[in-house]
Design a protein around this ligand. Structure first.
Ligand code: SF4
Ligand code: SF4
Length: 336
């Protein structure tokens, strides 16, 4: 996995030209360093900053964290899938903006503690060396690393929440009055000759980002988003959004033949939410969905770890989502 990421982290982030038909980013009033929480929230809203991991507006996210009385705010500076490396690249290249933005974000939501989570010890040391006032830790290697890290940090009842490093860097840049109407997207896969991280204006067509990776003549599959939970796109004129973190091009679509469950238990061990995906799958296959009401399917965080580790190639996340739909009262056909 690290080897694949190294290919896209080899070079610095490349800024792509903004499409001519996109309006210029709005000017914002520089955010003063000593600004109070309401002003920080309004600056985040003015600058239109959204979190790159879930697309949620930063102002909304921080207001929610404030209502939850958050004590520790974590900046997520790593990507937990094999292809994406935009978070690592931003943490390396914009460490000071990330530290500044995290400080402001923590102030806005009332968190007294701040922490940067990096992909490895080396990256954590690299960050700590240039931003001495902010603690940094390495996330674990086990997927889903962010969920597992947050579970660890919340042990003992601590109220910990996370935001993305790109959102932090954008808030840090607001101190200079810069409005970052852009996002860093990783282009990777055997269907492109130039792997890398590209800074693109939000609204840029996915096809322009793919072109920056010098695609091969025959590309069979283009997926947008994480390689674990992303989706295939056929219309390359679709715009990049704040949450577009990766464009993956493959020469051949991956073939994952589904075999019967072999009862290895990997899906249950991988699940950070304590769901038993094999049991949910078995119940759905057996046509006795009533029993599903007993399982904690509604706790699923959609990380995709279960189907990633399943040696039989069963789409367990889809099964758990269907079960959650059933529990909500939607019938079996609606959830298919
Ligand atoms: S997708 Fe849901 S069920 Fe599967 S491992 Fe993640 S949390 Fe568990
Ligand atoms: S990982 Fe796949 S094969 Fe193993 S128990 Fe879960 S569903 Fe069955």
């Amino acid at each position: 996995m690290e080897q694949q990421k190294r290919a896209s982290l080899k070079n610095e982030i490349v800024s792509l030209p903004s499409p001519e038909d996109l309006p210029a980013p709005p000017k914002i009033k520089p955010l003063k360093k000593g600004a109070a929480a309401p002003r920080i929230l309004s600056a985040a809203e003015e600058a239109g900053i959204a979190d790159e991991f879930d697309g949620m507006m930063l102002e909304r996210k921080l207001s929610l964290f404030a209502s939850r009385k958050t004590e520790l705010l974590v900046a997520c500076g790593f990507d937990e899938d094999p292809y994406t490396s935009g978070a690592e690249a931003v943490l390396r290249e914009s460490a000071e903006d990330v530290a500044e933005g995290l400080w402001l974000a923590a102030k806005a939501c009332g968190a007294k503690e701040r922490l940067v989570a990096a992909s490895s010890r080396r990256e954590a040391h690299r960050f700590a060396a240039c931003c001495t006032g902010t603690a940094a830790v390495a996330a674990g290697n086990r997927y889903p690393a962010r969920t597992l890290l947050m579970q660890k940090l919340r042990r003992g009842g601590k109220k910990a929440e996370w935001i993305g490093v790109q959102a932090c860097a954008a808030l840090g840049a607001a101190v200079r009055g810069e409005c970052r109407n852009e996002t860093v997207v990783t282009v990777a896969g055997d269907g492109v000759r130039r792997w890398g991280n590209f800074r693109v204006r939000i609204g840029t067509p996915v096809g322009d980002v793919l072109a920056a990776g010098k695609p091969e003549k025959r590309v069979c599959l283009v997926a947008v988003g994480s390689s674990v939970t992303g989706r295939t796109v056929t219309d390359l004129s679709l715009p990049v959004t704040a949450a577009t973190r990766c464009v993956i091009a493959l020469k051949r679509p991956p073939r994952v033949p589904a075999h019967p469950c072999v009862g290895c238990g990997r899906c249950a061990r991988a699940c950070p939410a304590g769901v038993l995906p094999w049991l949910v799958h078995r119940e759905l296959e057996g046509g006795s969905p009533e029993a599903l009401r007993l399982f904690h399917v509604e706790d699923c965080v959609g990380c995709g770890a279960c189907h990633t580790v399943c040696p039989s190639g069963i789409d367990l996340m889809a099964a758990v989502r269907r079960a959650a739909g059933l529990k909500e009262g939607r019938d079996l056909h609606e959830t298919e």
